[in-house]
Design a protein. Structure first.
Length: 268
């Protein structure tokens, strides 16, 4: 009750009052207790910024279609880091006929006999298309060695080949954006608990997720090796702090728009 009183006696600017006195603002205030006007205002500001960036993403996609551009955006990060949520906000307003979200399952026996990168290459964009990878070939840099899904030799071969592979991607004219979403150990555990307790999300929890906290330090070791080897001048990583989901989503969108030199005057 005291917290409610405190938050409801905050002096708001006229602009802030107008924002909160909307359907979105009232929903933000009333949807979560204890009521917090600062938090509600942050959420309304987030929705406004989200819409602005989604308009720009439509512009970027229109430019890509008109100029036969091929774009790959890959998302990496620990389990429950918010990769899927960020991808949903990025793609929910753009033309679905010119974009794909790729989240590959574990390889088949036939795929295991192929060159490691082959099944990812098969998913690459055609002219005018944006492809977003919800995890990518970097599974072999972190997830696979940590969980024993590849041999030490397979890991070493991947690390020797990956920079050359990405150089070929870029030289072929494909634009490549690499994003790593970073969360704390405590935040990961919090999100796992929420998933386990939500019947609509329980399907997200995998055997790999179950071991993620136990193997936290091992993930950290391989993550650092990945950055040291693959954060190159030609193909760099963007690390997004993702403990606060809304801020992370905005940061991802802003980075994508900053990374691709699209014509900001493109008509949509």
């Amino acid at each position: 009750m005291e917290e409610n009183k405190k938050n409801n006696t905050i002096k708001l600017s006229e602009e802030a009052t107008e924002k909160l006195n909307t359907k979105e603002g009232l929903f933000a205030i009333l949807s979560r207790e204890p009521y917090n006007l600062d938090r509600a205002l942050r959420y309304v500001n987030y929705l406004e910024r989200l819409e602005e960036l989604q308009v720009e993403l439509i512009r970027l996609q229109t430019w890509a279609i008109e100029n036969n551009e091929r774009i790959i955006i890959l998302f990496e990060g620990r389990d429950a880091a918010g990769k899927g949520g960020a991808i949903r906000r990025i793609t929910e307003r753009i033309n679905p006929r010119h974009m794909r979200i790729v989240a590959l399952p574990k390889p088949t026996e036939e795929q295991k006999s192929q060159w490691y990168f082959q099944r990812y290459v098969e998913q690459f964009p055609i002219a005018g298309e944006i492809v977003l990878f919800d995890r990518s070939w970097y599974n072999r840099a972190v997830v696979e060695p940590v969980n024993g899904f590849c041999s030490e030799e397979e890991y070493k071969v991947f690390m020797k080949q990956v920079n050359g592979f990405e150089k070929m991607i870029l030289q072929s004219g494909i634009r490549l954006v690499k994003i790593y979403m970073s969360i704390s150990k405590r935040e990961q555990q919090k999100r796992f608990d929420e998933i386990k307790n939500d019947p609509l999300k329980q399907w997200k929890m995998t055997k790999v997720d179950e071991k993620a906290q136990e193997l936290w330090d091992d993930y950290t070791v391989y993550k650092k090796k990945m950055f040291k080897k693959t954060n190159t001048t030609l193909s760099s990583w963007k690390i997004i702090k993702a403990n606060r989901k809304t801020e992370a989503r905005i940061a991802c969108m802003e980075y994508i728009l900053d990374s691709i030199p699209y014509d900001k005057n493109t008509k949509i």
